[in-house]
Design a protein around this ligand. Structure first.
Ligand SMILES: *[C@@H]1O[C@H](CO)[C@@H](O)[C@H](O)[C@H]1NC(C)=O
Length: 326
């Protein structure tokens, strides 16, 4: 009888101890999302910028300076969406590492997002670069907070103190990527737009095109884009960098380019002190390499290219992309 009582007390004590331990641990880490987020520390620019090679640091300074100069000197309004609706829609926040990343569709966004999922602890860091197909990446979407979801005060505080990163690629290359992913051949997902383009811009639309079962020609896509009103919002996949990421208001610290994304994003990891935990795959090349995307434009007339360039010219100038190959 006595032994049983002792056992009961022992079990009771053990349970009490582990509850106490659990409570203490929660209190220490404060990872309870929503109610006990620690106030963000100021992003320590100076010390962490000393961790990256000088040559890369100077390259970033050049890119940022160039962007700021274009923002300052541009004559037409550089009104991104933040002027109208608060903060740009594509800004994602990682509070653990005090990072804000603008990840646009069709700019290696799947990989950028994978990196963010790993950083925010929503996928395994060891296998983040192959944790599944594109579809699976989409299913994680709700775990990435956007800056626009924070209070105005919280968003402003984070913009002032976090490392801000944007990934860019040549705007015309991005168009080819959007076309190939969304409007080319069979099995494209944007049916409504494809039917509209086929009806209005295809000279000889096939029955498949008119029912949205088949994609449209690149020429028809370009004609469609040239018909759009630049004062209205486009589909995100061909919306301008200005509207999606608002570079002139956000003042990015790191401008990563798709052609050097391996280096650029690994250096970014160094800046936030995560390079020993995570490595961005260096050899991750975009689906449409330089030769491939330029080939699409060889079928487009010079005047059409000039016209389309006008839609994306400011995007291009901000990030030093030119039309010199044409
Ligand atoms: C812009 O691009 C040109 C070549 O295309 C290069 O010579 C120049 O250094 C670049 N400028 C910046 C700020 O990166």
């Amino acid at each position: 009888m006595d032994a049983l009582k002792k056992l009961q007390w022992f079990v009771f004590g053990a349970v009490l101890m582990s509850c106490l331990q659990l409570w203490l641990r929660r209190k220490q880490t404060g990872t309870d999302l929503g109610c006990s987020n620690p106030p963000p520390r100021k992003y320590d620019r100076h010390s962490s910028w000393l961790n990256v090679p000088k040559i890369w640091r100077e390259e970033m300074e050049r890119r940022v300076k160039h962007m700021e100069t274009v923002c300052r000197d541009t004559t037409h309004s550089v009104d991104g969406s933040s002027a109208r609706t608060g903060f740009p829609p594509m800004l994602y926040v990682d509070d653990r590492h005090r990072l804000i990343m603008c990840s646009m569709p069709k700019v290696g966004c799947t990989n950028g997002k994978r990196l963010l999922y790993a950083l925010t602890g929503n996928v395994d860091m060891k296998s983040f670069h192959n944790f599944g197909s594109g579809k699976k990446v989409v299913s994680y979407k709700r775990f990435l907070p956007r800056l626009s979801q924070y209070s105005p005060f919280g968003a402003k505080l984070r913009l002032e103190t976090y490392l801000k990163v944007i990934i860019v690629r040549h705007p015309l290359e991005r168009l080819v990527s959007a076309y190939r992913g969304k409007l080319e051949g069979k099995g494209h997902p944007i049916t409504g737009e494809a039917i509209y383009i086929a009806k209005r811009f295809e000279t000889n639309p096939t029955p498949g095109m008119l029912t949205g079962k088949e994609g449209v020609s690149f020429q028809a896509f370009i004609d469609y884009l040239n018909s759009l009103d630049p004062n209205k919002d486009y589909n995100d996949h061909w919306e301008s960098y200005i509207r999606l990421c608002d570079p002139c208001q956000i003042h990015y610290d790191v401008i990563a380019r798709l052609e050097s994304q391996g280096t650029d994003l690994n250096m970014m990891l160094k800046l936030i002190g995560m390079d020993d935990m995570l490595t961005y795959p260096e050899g991750d090349l975009p689906a449409s390499s330089s030769a491939v995307w330029k080939k699409y434009f060889t079928e487009i007339s010079r005047s059409d290219i000039r016209k389309i360039w006008q839609h994306y010219e400011l995007d291009a100038r901000l990030f030093n992309f030119t039309l010199d190959w044409y």
